[in-house]
Design a protein around this ligand. Structure first.
Ligand code: PHE
Length: 389
């Protein structure tokens, strides 16, 4: 009402006066005094909101489409330019202050809600786990740990490479040119399109990590590379995604005798059979020359398969002396350097060691399977204790 009387008789047109009277009568909140009491009322309401829902009500009542501050804003159009300027500025300040009060309360409520949640969900991490809810280590993780532990003791370090490879790293650099028959055997998954004029593939073996390592490191090199590999194949002994471990040694003196000694030692340590028969059979891989496949002794009986002395052999890995062409492709002088490489399927050696009959079950995410074949989380493999000693 104060504002209305201020404007009486100041030359405003009668329709202006009428409009202004209407505003003041309807809202009665537009004056400076009223604005400050409105601010007090709204900020107090915000501070007193007991929860987020109550706070939202305060916000809607003040700043929502039909809120009190919004209504005052809408009335600005009915004021004279001068009044509009002063009133607009005051309303903007009010709006900001009320919004800030709501925001502050929101943060306080969120903080309190988080505190309450944390209190409610508090757990004593020092309590022993319930036996029925203890997790198990997947046989592949366990096998990787075991293989890394054995080769680690021999001085190998672990190298890694990406699952998606260039055609060159996966094939060409490994002496498998485009028309080579070995390409067909690999049942490759090709990715659509090309990158820098090259087709990309899901790596069909871990051998491209040899290439990556030789391209960036100088000999001597002694690495193993465990990792995922992909081939379009699916039955009891094949899965489209499986794991291999690759090994590579390059220096000036390493020869076939070292290859044999290293792999015989590995097989005996991994299967935990000190006198395990191991034989090397001539074979062919484009990236090694000469090449061999390695068999271990076993006995097949109606009771099952037993690794060790027996009348039978089981193939477990491929190996050979690195083909000089591969060294050349990687910028390593084959007249000076030589070495060996090997590769094996991790599911295969884990199935043999732990008597797991079907490779597909490794990736079915069946918890009953994992409880049966999995390993205790603290069962760390080592050469002096653990699952293969
Ligand atoms: N890359 C071969 C395969 O996947 C295995 C292998 C690696 C053989 C290194 C020899 C040397 O079948």
């Amino acid at each position: 009402m104060v504002s209305l009387s201020n404007h009486e008789g100041d030359g405003a047109s009668s329709s202006d006066r009428l409009r202004m009277r209407g505003i003041a009568e309807v809202r009665g909140e537009g004056t400076m005094d009223n604005l400050s009491s409105l601010k007090e009322e709204l900020t107090r309401a915000a501070a007193a909101a007991a929860d987020l829902a109550a706070l939202e009500e305060v916000r809607i009542g003040a700043l929502g489409k039909k809120g009190r501050i919004t209504a005052l804003m809408k009335e600005l159009g009915t004021l004279s330019p001068e009044q509009r300027k002063a009133q607009g500025a005051a309303l903007n300040v009010l709006k900001d202050e009320v919004a800030a009060a709501i925001e502050a309360r929101k943060e306080a409520l969120a903080g309190a809600a988080l505190d309450a949640k944390l209190m409610e969900e508090r757990i004593d991490v020092t309590l022993p786990a319930r036996p029925e809810s203890v997790g198990r280590i997947h046989p592949i993780s366990q096998t990787v740990d075991e293989v890394v532990a054995i080769f680690g003791e021999m001085g190998f370090t672990v190298a890694e490479g990406p699952d998606i490879e260039t055609d060159w790293n996966n094939f060409t650099a490994l002496n498998i040119p485009p028309e080579h028959p070995a390409r067909q055997e690999h049942d490759t998954f090709y990715l659509p399109g090309e990158v820098d004029g090259q087709r990309m593939v899901l790596r069909t073996h871990t051998s491209p990590v040899q290439i990556r390592t030789m391209l960036k490191a100088k000999p001597p090199i002694r690495i193993i590379c465990p990792g995922r590999t992909f081939r379009c194949d699916y039955d009891a002994t094949h899965s489209p995604m499986f794991h291999q471990v690759e090994g590579l040694v390059i220096d000036e003196t390493t020869h076939m005798g070292h290859l044999k000694g290293c792999l015989i030692e590995f097989c005996r340590a991994y299967f935990g059979v000190d006198d395990l028969p191991v034989r090397f059979r001539p074979s062919y891989f484009p990236f090694t020359e000469p090449s061999a496949e390695v068999d271990i002794g076993c006995e097949r009986s109606p009771a099952g398969l037993k690794i060790g002395h027996g009348s039978d052999w089981l193939e477990i890995l491929g190996c050979g002396m690195v083909n000089p062409k591969v060294l050349e492709n990687c910028g390593i002088d084959p007249a000076r350097y030589q070495g060996f490489a090997f590769g094996m399927g991790l599911e295969r050696i884990s199935m043999l060691k732990y008597g797991i009959p079907d490779l597909r079950t490794y990736f079915e995410s069946d918890l009953r399977w994992l409880r049966h074949y999995g390993f205790a989380s603290l069962d760390m493999p080592s050469l002096v204790g653990g699952s293969y000693s």
